[in-house]
Design a protein around this ligand. Structure first.
Ligand code: 5AD
Ligand code: FES
Length: 351
């Protein structure tokens, strides 16, 4: 197999066989990486130009009833300092975001039973009532079809739920017995059916990940055809059983970003905070690999540090305005243009 030919084939057909993906992952050299990044970037430019969309992230609760082995806010981490924002505090974050020009809010939290359907619906409606033109993204885990439908009818537009790994055996090594990959996949399919713009994704270099599971992740994404894909390096958290496992690297992450861009040309693809955490210019490298979204934090600085999924998370001490301007500078210096519009996937309209 020849890597250049495989990259060309992927850029043309937007898919490859599993063995071909594994071959690229295991054999790509620096020169071919550059070639791949360029192909991915130009495909991004074809649909979205050189624009980077900004989403305001509101981390509104770090209570979680799940116990994912890799995550710093897992239920059994007794050292996590738990917090929940009130509806007023959440609206205040939205106000600050609005003043800074944001028109997308990502409401992310652990699976917190306090935020039952009524409270989520109340929150979505309150933000939409105040800012009718904004897009609302929820990222609050696995729920029933009926719950997802209620949130959608209340005005939520998008939903992020990383599948974490498409390989059953791998999934078992990252999650306790009561969490099922099949349920997660069903949730993603339900979200698609209801009409959300859906985001799936996974961590790069999570423990026990192999080239084969990565290829399976890519093919799973191709089949699901999500409107957004969230990927970032795994970074160990000191209070988890994976504390001594190595973090993912920038090279591994940018390779996956480019492959995803070539497989799903119109997807909205964030260059994540985790990528910025392992490298001072990690997010910029993500854009160069084909990413086109950044998600600066709008959470109150008082709670930022507490939403600690992994160690050394960046931007936890910065006010929302500082982050907003920092990221704008970075985007401009890297040669891209900031876009503060809703930034819907070009293939999506509300049902
Ligand atoms: N390192 C990197 N990403 C993590 N996430 C959870 N824990 C970690 C970690 N230690 C990611 C998961 C989850 C998302 C909200 O954060 O993929 O879906
Ligand atoms: Fe938050 Fe740079 S993006 S401080």
């Amino acid at each position: 197999m020849n890597i250049r030919n495989l990259i060309d084939k992927l850029a043309q057909n937007h898919t490859l066989k599993k063995e071909e993906l594994i071959y690229i992952i295991e054999n790509i050299n620096d020169e071919d990486r550059k070639y791949l990044s360029q192909k991915a970037s130009s495909l991004r430019d074809k649909y979205y130009g050189n624009k980077i969309y900004l989403r305001g992230l509101i981390e509104f609760t770090n209570y979680c009833k799940n116990d994912c082995y890799y995550c710093g806010i897992r239920k059994s981490n007794k050292n996590a300092d738990r917090y929940r924002l009130t509806l007023d505090q959440i609206l205040e974050c939205a106000d600050i975001g609005h003043a800074l020009g944001y028109s997308t809010y990502v409401l992310q939290g652990g699976e917190d039973p306090y935020f039952n359907d009524d409270r989520i619906v109340e929150m979505v409606k309150a933000i939409k009532a105040k800012y009718p033109n904004c897009a609302i993204t929820l990222s609050i885990g696995e729920k029933s079809y009926e719950s997802y439908k209620k949130y959608y009818d209340a005005g939520a537009d998008r939903y992020l739920l990383r599948h974490e790994t498409a390989n059953e055996e791998h999934y078992r090594k990252l999650h306790p017995e009561n969490m099922k990959l099949s349920n997660r996949i069903q949730c993603l399919r339900n979200l698609k059916e209801i009409g959300y713009q859906v985001g799936a994704g996974f961590m790069i270099h999570s423990p026990y990940q192999t080239s084969e599971t990565l290829a399976e992740d890519l093919l799973f994404l191709k089949d699901l055809n999500p409107e957004m894909v969230g990927i970032g390096p795994f970074i160990p958290h000191h209070d988890t059983q994976f504390k001594d496992e190595p973090a993912g690297t920038v090279e591994e992450t940018t390779l996956m970003l480019s492959l995803i861009r070539l497989m799903l040309p119109t997807c909205l693809l964030p260059s994540t905070t985790a990528l910025g955490t392992i490298d001072p210019v990690g997010r910029e490298k993500g854009f160069d690999a084909g990413a086109n979204v950044a998600m600066p934090n709008l959470s109150p600085t008082s709670s930022r540090k507490k939403y600690e999924l992994y160690d050394n998370k960046i931007c936890t001490g910065d006010e929302a305005a500082e982050c907003r301007h920092c990221i704008e500078n970075r985007i401009n210096i890297a040669g891209y243009v900031l876009d503060m519009s809703r930034g819907d996937n070009v293939t999506w309209t509300r049902k």
